[in-house]
Design a protein around this ligand. Sequence first.
Ligand SMILES: Cc1ncc(COP(=O)(O)O)c(C=O)c1O
Length: 317
Amino acid sequence: MSMKPIGGYFELELNKFSEYHKDAIALNTARNALEYVLRTSEYQKIYIPYYTCDVMLEPSKKVNIEFEFYHIDKGFLPIVEAIENNAVLLYTNYFGICDKLVEVAARKFSRVIVDNTQAFYSLPVNSISTFYSCRKFFGVPDGSYLYCARSLNQELETDLSEGRISHLIKRLEQGAEEGFAYFRANDASFVGQPIKRMSKLTQALMMSIDYERIKKRRLENFFYLHNALKDINEIRIDLESITCPMVYPFLINKEGIRNALINRKIFVAQYWPNVMEWVDPNSVEFYLTTHLLPLPIDQRIDKSDLDRIVSNLKNYL
Ligand SMILES: Cc1ncc(COP(=O)(O)O)c(C=O)c1O
């Protein structure tokens, strides 16, 4: 055993609280968490929603199992009668507002894997394999947590995040625009990565977070936007179905709002451009991809920022 160094120069100084998902398996990315589940099970086929990020196709291709796309309805439930034997259905907790639907899907299909990438705070239901992606909720370079009953019988290398923090530092020191290209490059660097254990840097950062403060702020921000926009939002949000959302999903049949907001420095992503290549232009998924505005509600945002979002939106409607 190597001797513990005592004294000398310091490492990055961080708080040593606890991880939120301290009993989960800590890995490098959410897609690799899905690969982990597939490698530890005997499923021969996976049902994947059309409405998801294209990187979610990576795991089934790597593990070489069949996949089939499925449609969702306007209420985010799968339009699937039944799944085949030896198959599993991937269900996404969209925006972190679908906790109840996770339970519905689990009852209906019995073999389900839950993608809680957009619902970091929602705990797994029963013993269903469930995974998370750290950087969607917090300023960390990478990382994923996975609840999975089986463990992979294979040594896993520990990831190194040293080369993946420049966008975080640039956004802090120089602003959002300066860091954006680095953020994109960071996201691109995850393609084709093997399953690794979460890096020590990411794990240390995840231990330094005040989870309750962030949850409280996100919920307050969510409800503030909900009160301002619920009468015109085409998404019917079930408030009983929420633990702590990632964004406020605002759906409206009006073109050009995303760019208008971005021009006013209100950064609203598009989930997920790849979907437009996969589905018919008349489908629910196409409409969601083109018209859904995931409005930011994160822990940096206060009431005056939310008022700015609402007034810019209403000016445009
Ligand atoms: C719903 C959803 N699931 C999974 C992922 C993949 O997460 P990761 O990049 O950590 O593999 C994404 C990425 O954008 C996503 O939007």
